[in-house]
Design a protein around this ligand. Structure first.
Ligand code: KG4
Ligand code: ZN
Length: 362
């Protein structure tokens, strides 16, 4: 069995990452993974695109060198280079794309462009050999919220997505309202642990029992109304002088509403398409309450979630998706470029778009 070894490069947002992954046609194995997170954005409460690009520029060469060394790769390093080319901050993406092309030229290696969201679909397979198609995928992060049916690698059916804020964006905005640091997902999860679920029962966004398959809102999601409901609750608590004691209850009410909606829509998708596996991805997949609720509700369905290092942005998932694409013989023009938004490749439903990330998450 031939083994394909791929160097992955990821610079679509605020993580500079490189990784070497091997693929034998059925299983992925991670040989190295280096991730450098740009903490500077915390100062601004969101990612500043210009700063992100500049930091990638200085960080990428040593990060790639470290990933190659950690993998103990030979002089040639690998069979191909995979790089995220969309969607994301275009200046940040360009740094990775140009670096990958230059390295490919210098070492005589092919360069495979990878869609960032396709990368997230492969992340869990790096740890769990059973997290492979067919499955239902829920990708939830700071810039995207997608519900995808995956009958096979490279074949995707977009079932639903957010109509406004991404799930992680909602966590970040609500965290700000509650005076918590950015990014807000983990602080909300921690605060919610001491919250009473009965105190703030926010309406479950876009979730009604009467919804039927085929209804436009059967799978779609929305978080901006929930965010407004939280804002109103915060203002009322402020006016009543109870905000300090209510913060944990509000965090709990918000998280429960998000989790209930995500779980209900994911299980609708899995059941309607007869899938026995659910794969979670993206930063919000780190949320323990989401994972636990999904497992509780999905009795006969196996739920796979990646470890936090692979749930958030990383180059191992890009290398894995690139290795699949390389072995599948996907041909690309060497003049490919970076794009802020681009449909997921391999979409079975022609009308479906995907993965549009906000150009800035401030
Ligand atoms: O996938 P990711 O690292 O970056 C993007 O591509 O956006 O996701 C980051 C998002 C942030 O919005 C962050 O608040 C959220 O993931 N997040 C969480 C948790 N950990 C990170 N949301 C809820 N619960 C968590 N434990
Ligand atoms: Zn991502």
């Amino acid at each position: 069995m031939t083994i394909t070894r791929v160097l992955g490069i990821e610079t679509s947002c605020d993580e500079t990452s490189a990784s070497v992954v091997e693929y034998d046609g059925s299983t992925f194995s991670q040989r190295s993974l280096v991730i450098l997170s740009q903490d500077v954005h915390r100062l601004f409460g969101g990612v500043v695109p210009e700063i992100a690009s500049r930091q990638h520029l200085t960080a990428l060469p040593p990060v790639v060198r470290a990933a190659i060394q950690e993998a103990d790769a030979d002089a040639r390093c690998c069979d191909a280079i995979a790089v995220t080319h969309a969607p994301g901050l275009v200046g940040a993406l360009l740094v990775g794309v140009h670096f990958a092309k230059a390295l490919g030229l210098a070492r005589g290696l092919p360069v495979v462009p990878v869609h960032h969201m396709e990368g997230h679909l492969f992340a869990t397979a790096l740890e769990h050999p059973d997290a492979v198609p067919p499955f239902t995928a829920l990708l939830v992060s700071g810039g995207h919220t997608l519900l995808i049916d995956v009958p096979a690698w490279g074949e995707y059916r977009l079932l639903g997505r957010t109509r406004d804020d991404a799930a992680g964006e909602a966590f970040d905005k609500v965290a700000k309202l509650l005076g918590l640091p950015y990014p807000g997902g983990r602080p909300i999860e921690e605060l919610a642990r001491s919250g009473d679920p009965a105190r703030f029962a926010f309406a479950r966004p876009m979730l009604r029992r009467s919804q039927q398959p085929g209804d436009p809102d059967y799978y779609d999601l929305s978080f901006s109304g929930l965010k407004t409901a939280v804002l109103l609750a915060v203002r009322a608590a402020e006016a009543a002088g109870t905000l300090e004691e209510d913060r944990a209850h509000i965090a709990r009410g918000f998280q429960d509403a998000v989790v209930d909606t995500l779980v209900a829509k994911t299980l609708r998708a899995a059941r309607q398409h007869g899938r026995e596996r659910v794969v979670l991805g993206g930063g919000v997949a780190c949320n323990g309450a989401l994972q636990a609720a999904m497992r509780r509700a999905a009795a006969s369905i196996a739920v796979f979630a990646p470890a936090p290092r692979l749930a958030t942005d990383n180059a191992a998932m890009i290398a894995a998706a690139g290795a699949f694409r390389f072995r599948a013989g996907t041909t690309v023009s060497p003049s490919f470029s970076a794009h802020a938004s681009l449909p997921l490749p391999g979409m079975l439903d022609a009308t479906a778009d995907s993965g549009t990330r906000a150009s800035s998450r401030r």
